[in-house]
Design a protein around this ligand. Structure first.
Ligand code: ZN
Length: 493
């Protein structure tokens, strides 16, 4: 169904700072590129949020009937430790520390990334290219940029000439910076760099003798710059100009800014019509950071084995929680927030579970068509999933009232209601209903609750031997009890 002919999406374009009517380059088709992970460690929960936002965008575009080519890359070479083109390649460093091949690092964390995304019910992208699989394309791109006069070679490395580029183009357009400010704010690196100017960035780096990941090129045996690989892979599969480019907010500068500059320099075109950026994920009001310990990884959140949360949360509850905020807002991950989302999710699933058994009447007491369009309006407004969810709750209320006989619904309206709810809840939001068909899990939870109550009674009677026995024997079969200020919860390992 070509719903896109009836539904007009507006996208907040980071390039213009405005919500703009979405008009793909070719009617009915959408090309979308999202910067994927650098596979040198387990995927960060903040990145999961970013990819989840674009999974929802992908799902909604498909729901509207667009043919979407969604490209999300794997960075398996070239991402250095800091943005000033210094430091070690992140993957090489990890390989050195663990004394394994860089490609073992890549394999291990690519598998981890896919496992986590599958757990969260992500749709796979149409193409998932790797940087190391596109070295030839990157070398060609560098040659073109040199030919056009926007890059120079020094000692086997090639740098993008930002100052030269800025004479005829506007460097900093996306991140709203200008070269003057950048010059003012960059510290000189003691003349150690080969760059003409500190703002220049590497397109190709000559490999030191000990560097394992290296490829031959006209300039040296070396490796490509991180920014370059995204330009090479996005344009190879989506064309020199394509519809949507997404990524985390932290990639806007310099990464995405450099992607624009490279494409302009090589092909004389700005590559992307709509730039979309997903905002940050915080933990308890603060930035997630390994160094301060304020961090939790996806598997710890799912298992409940962490110090921040009172229990384990299912992947769908976490997805629901993420969708309850706009992708453009900072999202704060808290136990209260997740508990509230879990309640909401269960309430919604209960209502969905009632749909099949509802009795129909001659007429309806509420306007299903108007409600349906409100759902679309929410998603058409820059993928406003929290508003969509508010409308889904409104429908849940109506469903309960029909069940109680306080409202009526006609057969045709019930079909529309079912189709619309199923479409949005499962296809667009990507939720999985594991509340009613997993009654075994519910019974297990009920049984453990009985044991938790018996243990509380034992403790109240000062029978600590019995209370410890209950806890320890449950732990032996993989059920961890956790005592918190609001009572005891459990997680299953
Ligand atoms: Zn990228």
């Amino acid at each position: 169904m070509q719903l896109y002919k009836e539904q007009q999406i507006k996208i907040y374009n980071s390039l213009t700072g405005k919500k703009e009517t979405f008009k793909p380059i070719e009617e009915g088709y959408v090309g979308m590129y999202v910067c994927g992970p650098t596979v040198y460690s387990n995927v960060h929960l903040g990145n999961v949020r970013t990819f989840m936002s674009f999974d929802m965008v992908f799902r909604y575009l498909k729901h509207l009937g667009y043919k979407v080519r969604y490209v999300r890359n794997i960075t398996d070479a070239g991402h250095l430790e800091n943005d000033a083109d210094t430091g070690e390649d992140k993957i090489t460093k990890k390989a050195r520390l663990e004394q394994i091949e860089p490609m073992e690092v890549v394999q291990q964390y690519t598998v981890d990334f896919h496992n986590i995304l599958n757990t969260f019910n992500f749709l796979p992208p149409s193409i998932e290219p790797t940087a190391t699989g596109h070295i030839i394309e990157q070398i060609e791109l560098i040659s073109k940029i040199i030919e056009n006069g926007f890059a120079y070679e020094v000692n086997g490395s090639v740098y993008f000439d930002v100052h030269k580029f800025n004479e005829t183009n506007q460097y900093g357009e996306l991140s709203k910076r200008n070269l003057e400010d950048l010059i003012h704010n960059t510290r000189e690196l003691d003349g150690q760099s080969d760059k003409k100017n500190p703002q220049d960035f590497a397109l190709w780096k000559k490999a030191e003798p000990q560097h394992i990941m290296r490829w031959p090129s006209p300039w040296s045996d070396g490796f490509p710059g991180w920014h370059l690989e995204c330009t090479a892979m996005s344009t190879k599969y989506l064309g020199d100009q394509f519809d949507i480019h997404g990524g985390g907010m932290d990639l806007k500068f310099p990464h995405h800014e450099c992607e624009i500059a490279q494409n302009q320099a090589a092909k004389g075109k700005s590559p992307v019509n709509y730039w979309m950026h997903a905002n940050m994920l915080q933990l308890n009001g603060q930035r997630m950071s390994k160094s301060t310990g304020n961090t939790v990884n996806p598997s710890e959140l799912l298992s409940g084995n962490n110090k921040f949360f009172s229990k384990a949360y299912s992947p769908s509850v976490i997805r629901f929680f993420v969708a309850q905020s706009s992708y453009r807002s900072v999202l704060d991950l808290t136990d209260e927030g997740l508990l509230a989302s879990e309640k909401g999710f269960n309430r919604l699933m209960e209502a969905v579970g009632l749909l099949d058994g509802l009795k129909t009447s001659e007429t309806s007491t509420f306007d299903v068509f108007a409600w349906k369009q409100k759902c679309y309006d929410a998603m058409n407004d820059d993928f406003n999933s929290p508003i969509l969810i508010a409308h889904l709750f409104e429908a849940a209320k109506n469903i309960n009232q029909v069940k109680e006989g306080k409202e009526h619904i006609s057969e045709a309206d019930l079909q529309t209601l079912k189709d619309t709810i199923n479409g949005f809840v499962f296809d667009v939001l990507g939720l999985v209903n594991n509340t009613n068909n997993n009654s075994g899990t519910d019974k297990l939870a009920g049984a453990v609750d009985v044991l938790i109550k018996l243990r509380q009674e034992a403790r109240a009677n000062k029978d600590f031997a019995l209370s410890d026995k209950i806890r320890d024997e449950l732990a032996e079969i993989g059920i961890q009890l956790k005592d918190g200020k609001d009572g005891t919860t459990f997680s299953v390992n």
